[in-house]
Structures are given as C-alpha cells and as structure tokens.
Write a protein that binds this ligand. Structure first.
Ligand code: PLP
Length: 354
C-alpha cells in the first residue's frame, strides 16, 4: 500500500464550470444559438452513413478541408483536434522539453497554466497594465529577457476582451525565435486574424475553435494552423484518433453552413454591443464598475462587488463568470441580454438607495 500520487497531480481538482441549472447561461462564452432544424436534419441524414465499428479518419481530411475552405487557407496547414484544449495540451507537452520556459501574459485563459503544470515546463508570467493591455514591444522584451521557448496567449484575450492587431502579432513573431501560439478562439468576432499568414513564419501556430462563434461547443472541435513542418509534427504527436467520427461528420457540415454562421455571428455581435453599452451606462450608478472595451462575444468588468453581483444574478437564475475582482458576461439572445442588463441595473440602483 505504498502507492502515492505524484507531486504534480496530487492536488489537482477536476474542472467543474458551475453546478446547478440556470435559465440563462452567460458564463462560458458559448453561442446562445443551437443549430437550425434544417441543419439538424442534414446532420441526422449524414450520421446514418457512419461506420461505427471503424476507427475515425486519423487526419480528419474532410473536416480539415471544410475548415480550410471556410477560412481560405491551405488544408495542408490544418490539424484538427478534440477541442483546442487538446491542442494546447499537445503543444505544451510536446513542443517544450522539461524545464524549458513557457511565457504567459496575465490575465489570460486559465488552461495554459493548467497544462504547463502537468508538462513540467517552467512558467514565466508577465502582467498586463491596469488597462489590461500589453504592447508588442513589451512582449518581445519579456520573451527575450526570459529566454522563453514558447509563448501562448489568447488574441483577442479571454477574459479581458481586448486584442493585439495583426501588425503587432507580425512584429512579435518576426522579432523572436520562440514559438508563438496565437489562440484565436474569439477571432471570428474581430478582423485581425493571422490564420492566413502562418506559412510566412517558422514559429507561428494559430489556434481556432468551433466552440464559440460556431455554436458547436458540444462537438469538441479545435484546429491548429501552422506551416507544413510544424503541422507534420503536430499530427505526429497528437493521439491518432483524436476526433471522433460523429464530430468529424457534423463539423464538416457546420463549416459549410456559411449562412447560418453569418446570421448567428451578426446577432451575437449586435447583442455584445448592447451588453457593452448597457454596462457602460451602469457606470453612472457607481464609480466602482469599470467596463473594458471588447472585440469578442463577452464583456469584462472590474468591480469590488463582483461576488455580490454574481450571487444576485444566480438568485435570478442567470449564470455569469465570477473571477475575483472581475465579472465576465457573454452576449446572449436579445431577451437574455436585455434581462441580465435590467437585473444588473436593478442591483446597482438599489445599492444607491441603501
Ligand atoms: C473557449 C476557449 C477555447 C476553446 O476551447 P475548446 O477546447 O476548443 O472548446 C480556447 N481558448 C480560449 C482562450 C477560450 O476561451
């Protein structure tokens, strides 16, 4: 009876987003829209052709082609995965040797740090300024000073909602030898993607996901786009049958549904603007409510009342994300966005009276 869990895993807790059921879910930056009945019909037909006794296509060729067509990139540069989460894990565990340095820019997506603790990379963290911004020059300096082998960041950033433009990313990638992993999970909501430029660099990986703008979080589909050399390595180190046949089939259909995508995207952006403007107006009730600019599908707010507001909204069956001195709220449907705004306004108004 001498077995004990090792140091790096013994205190880890399983990831649990939030428990309980809520009428309105604005906590995970998902799309509020599921597929149309028409698309669901197409899927139902397509899955009938799956050979469930056979392993999936290890390279997910058809899916990668549909993805590549959608974004106008070469399918030879695309690797599909079981969510971009898998890609983050594969990159951190395979592209870094034990003890090599991995650079993060806080605040950023929590999974980067989580996987690095398992792969035993040495983490270096730099912080954004109080506006939650960082410049290309500051990043280049940090990469050079630290000797980091790899830098991973979300652009635009989850949770801050802000981003670096293409020119800034180009400058970073071309100024350092480190591998730059540009996680563009929210780039469908902005227009500064590097997805078409990966062949120009020997050190750039762009990550994309079907989980946000494509309303397909249930499928677990993520993609890496990089030059051929990196792509070959990525395909060699991922687990062979990482994307199941059902997700490959459904994903292929979804990436061909340009109209569905365009419609839900414009509705999400419309509601994101409503949410942002509504929250900005809430600042008139208190100085303790700072709303950051956003180019994503969510809005990030700094307030010392974060926990109280989160609890208040839960009591109204609305889930948002609570993060210490911040809250993060995803854009919902027209009704959901209106409801959460009205409730926050209510909360802040009553505060003033007391
Ligand atoms: C949501 C999100 C992802 C998506 O992960 P999947 O595993 O593809 O669902 C990746 N990166 C960031 C920054 C995210 O917020």
């Amino acid at each position: 009876m001498a077995y004990s869990l090792n140091q790096k895993i013994k205190d880890l807790e399983p990831y649990e987003p939030i428990s309980g059921t809520y009428k309105i879910r604005l906590d995970a930056n998902e799309s509020p829209f599921s597929y149309t009945d028409e698309i669901k019909e197409k899927i139902a037909e397509a899955v009938k052709t799956i050979d469930y006794n056979r392993y999936p296509d290890p390279m997910a060729e058809e899916l990668c082609e549909a993805f590549a067509d959608f974004y106008g990139v070469d399918k030879k540069l695309v690797t599909a995965a079981n969510g971009s989460d898998e890609l983050i894990s594969v990159i951190e565990t395979s592209f870094l040797m034990k003890g090599e340095k991995l650079l993060f820019i806080a605040p950023d997506f929590s999974m980067y740090k989580f996987y690095s603790s398992i792969c035993e990379a040495e983490c270096v963290q730099i912080n954004k300024n109080p506006e939650l911004e960082i410049t290309a020059d500051e990043m280049i300096k940090a990469i050079k000073d630290s000797g980091a082998k790899c830098v991973i960041f979300s652009n635009p950033c989850n949770p801050t909602g802000q981003g670096l433009d293409r020119e800034a990313i180009r400058k970073i990638v071309s100024s350092v030898d480190a591998l730059i992993v540009d996680d563009e999970a929210y780039m469908d909501f902005w227009d500064q993607s590097m997805i078409g430029e990966t062949e120009n660099y020997d050190n750039l990986i762009v990550l994309r996901t079907a989980s946000k703008a494509f309303g397909s979080a249930a499928l677990r589909l993520g993609f890496a786009v990089a030059n051929e050399k990196i792509t070959r390595a990525m395909k060699a180190v991922k687990s062979p049958y990482n994307v199941n046949s059902v997700s490959q089939k459904v994903g292929t259909i979804i990436y061909r549904e340009k109209e569905y995508f365009k419609k839900s995207l414009s509705s999400i952006v419309y509601n994101r603007d409503l949410l942002y403007n509504g929250l900005r107006n809430c600042s008139c009730f208190t100085d303790d409510f700072r709303v950051y600019p956003t180019v994503t599908n969510f809005v990030f707010v700094k307030t010392t009342m974060a926990l109280d507001i989160w609890k208040y909204l839960l009591s109204k069956s609305v889930a948002i994300r609570y993060m210490g001195e911040y809250i993060r709220i995803s854009a919902g449907t027209d009704e959901e966005t209106a409801f959460v705004l009205a409730e926050i306004e209510n909360y802040l108004k009553n505060l003033k009276k007391n």
